[in-house]
Design a protein around this ligand. Sequence first.
Ligand code: PEP
Length: 281
Amino acid sequence: LGRHQNDGRSSSFEYNGVLFSQDSLHVFAGLCAVDTIEHVEIMMKALRAEGQVCTRMGAYKPRTSPYSFQGHGKNCLPYVFDLAGKYGIKVIAMEITHEGHLEEIRTALHQTGNATGVMLQIGTRNTQNFELLKIVGRQQTFPVLIKRGFGITLDESLNAAEYLASEGNRKVIFGLRGMKTNMGDPHRNFVDFAHVPVVKRLTRMPVCIDPSHSVGTRADSPDGILDIMHATAQGVIAGANMILVDFHPVPSKALVDGPQALLMKELPQYLEDIQIAREAY
Ligand code: PEP
């Protein structure tokens, strides 16, 4: 991925007709966790209305507490992929936590038989799960979004990404999602989007930002603009290539991370603001 070769080349790739590079920008707005078919359909319909072809949909959820909802897993894949096909969604970012999930996704995609594709997501808790990284790195079908580890150095996270490439998969995007600090923070994590240009300088990977998991709240500032939007704009102005962001039709009913979800009615303005920020980049 270019860690040790400062030759200025970007590691761009095309997947399912969508081009990812250090120059592109794609928004992956969607459900943090799939809960009902109805919510998946509302989300995808809204994305199509806005001309979007990418989304995020969590089926396998790594939760801090074993008593929290763990995701519908493979049971939701058939309807998620069916609806994606219906609404022209080409790439779904979906976290996996175990090699078995890879096969479940492969099988469900095959059975659904439409043109939807999946970008495998390695979450912050699994950034240094080296055996999982090797397995995901060995397959060439799916591109991978690897999130920065929230409690390790940037260098260690970049080496984790290198595990994917060293096994053969160079279709890798690096995700910034905020860091844990012990200094107290108004946000769920310390927003680290100033590192977008740093990662682009040190590697060839396109860089993703996740304002939802970084900020973790719908708090707004005195100007009435949500902190998530401010963080998004900062990341886009810093050169982000992908935005992973949580929306939900009824956040109070979301089974995971409802308090940080944006509302469906906020989607058009959110996308418009991203374009404005992009022009400022
Ligand atoms: C997520 O994107 O759903 C998620 C759990 O993110 P992270 O791994 O960054 O916590």
